[in-house]
Design a protein around this ligand. Structure first.
Ligand code: ZN
Ligand code: ZN
Ligand code: ZN
Length: 398
């Protein structure tokens, strides 16, 4: 599993392996059932840092917290978590695509919030509403109220009765001698007077002009945590914090999630957590994956993990299964040198177990390194030695 030697042309081998590996992976993925596939996708989603942050916030803020669309002028609808409006950062904005994807995976729940007219050409919500003359289609329309002078029968806009005198007969508007005829519209182009104007819209993003009927209608959903999966979500986003804290205390450089490149295939491999530490001229490499299920962990995430660590030199392989491995998965795990943690990582015994395991493995590596370096010392030039001792200097183990 570790330190396999490659004597053939490395480039050629890598390419060949890439072919077979991809085939094998595709085959393996195809043979999984749909639930497994969605489960794996969901697992990948839980690893995403932005998603983890979002889910943690949602869990903190209680069950009623919603991600609602907020209209920003010049931008359109944006998604933010409610309750954080007072201190909005750029990073608080959430992309609709991300949210839709999380809803599809069953992590979030999507529901109706509002619907809105959008431009039929560019789907923008930025548009202005215009009154239009039904006769000549001009926008040059004035909204007014018409007043009838009952005594002479003259009808005109209220503002034409200057100083409350009828513009036709010149008589003042006495009590009960005039009548308000309500709101009217007058076209300044063709003089048409009408009660109901037409409306049209201009898209301020692409400048297209269209009627209200031509505008498209789109739903603006809101999102909430899928409460039926709350336990799983909580386990996924909080479970690694203790292990992360432990490794950081042990001077490891921790990445969650971690990305590394397969030595043989050249493929990118994601782990839930990667931790590295330089001890003398050795790098200690920890790769951890964790899988969560409502009942038990099926073999597929474990098999994927075993495949990934066959590709990378891992000193301490750790697999966390919540709440536990299935019988088959446990049998598979027995054939490999993996530290399996079943159940929550919250308890102190688990952390002690992980700590002991890591220290044991580091000791083994140290012993090996000491033996090797003793053998090499005579040949080493003094400069190289001092270079290495400088490197180690800052990271002494206590
Ligand atoms: Zn448009
Ligand atoms: Zn007109
Ligand atoms: Zn009059």
């Amino acid at each position: 599993m570790k330190n396999q030697e490659q004597k053939t042309d490395p480039k050629k081998t890598a390419e060949q392996l890439k072919g077979t590996v991809t085939d094998k992976t595709t085959e393996a993925i195809n043979s999984m059932n749909l639930e497994d596939k969605i489960g794996l996708e969901r697992r990948e989603a839980y690893i995403e840092p932005q998603t983890r942050d979002l889910l943690r916030k949602l869990l903190q803020d209680g069950d009623k917290v919603e991600i609602i669309p907020i209209y920003t002028p010049g931008v359109g609808f944006e998604y933010r978590i409610t309750g954080t409006a007072s201190n909005i950062n750029e990073t608080d904005k959430l992309s609709r695509n991300t949210l839709e994807n999380l809803a599809q995976l069953g992590i979030l729940q999507k529901s109706f919030y509002d619907s809105v007219s959008i431009c039929p050409t560019c789907q923008s919500t930025m548009m202005t509403l215009h009154n239009r003359c039904p006769k000549c289609k001009s926008h040059n329309v004035e909204k007014t109220s018409l007043t009838e002078h009952i005594l002479c029968g003259y009808i005109d806009q209220r503002n034409k009765y200057i100083q409350d005198r009828c513009p036709k007969c010149g008589e003042p508007l006495g009590e009960g001698q005039y009548r308000n005829m309500g709101r009217w519209y007058i076209c300044q182009e063709c003089g048409e007077k009408f009660e109901n104007p037409e409306f049209d819209l201009i898209c301020r993003n692409c400048n297209k002009n269209f009627t209200i009927k031509e505008a498209q209608l789109t739903e603006i959903p809101k999102f909430t945590l899928n409460l039926t999966r709350k336990k799983e979500i909580r386990q996924n986003v909080t479970s690694l914090e203790n292990i992360k804290t432990l490794l950081t205390k042990l001077d490891f450089n921790v990445e969650t999630p971690g990305l590394t490149i397969g030595q043989k295939s050249g493929m990118n491999h994601h782990f839930s957590l990667i931790a590295k530490k330089q001890i003398k001229d050795q790098e200690i490499f920890i790769a951890l994956d964790h899988a969560v299920s409502e009942t038990e962990i099926q073999p597929s995430p474990l098999i994927l993990y075993i495949y990934k660590i066959s590709e990378v030199k891992v000193d301490v392989p750790i697999f966390v299964a919540m709440p536990k491995l299935s019988e088959t998965a446990r049998k598979i795990a027995q054939g490999h040198d993996i530290l399996i943690i079943e159940g929550s990582t919250e308890g102190s015994e688990v952390i002690i177990k992980v700590k002991t395991e890591i220290e044991e493995r580091i000791n083994q590596i140290n012993q090996k390194a000491t033996t090797t370096s003793k053998n090499q010392q005579q040949e080493n030039k003094p400069e190289t030695t001092s270079f290495f001792s400088k490197l180690i200097g800052g990271k002494k183990r206590t």
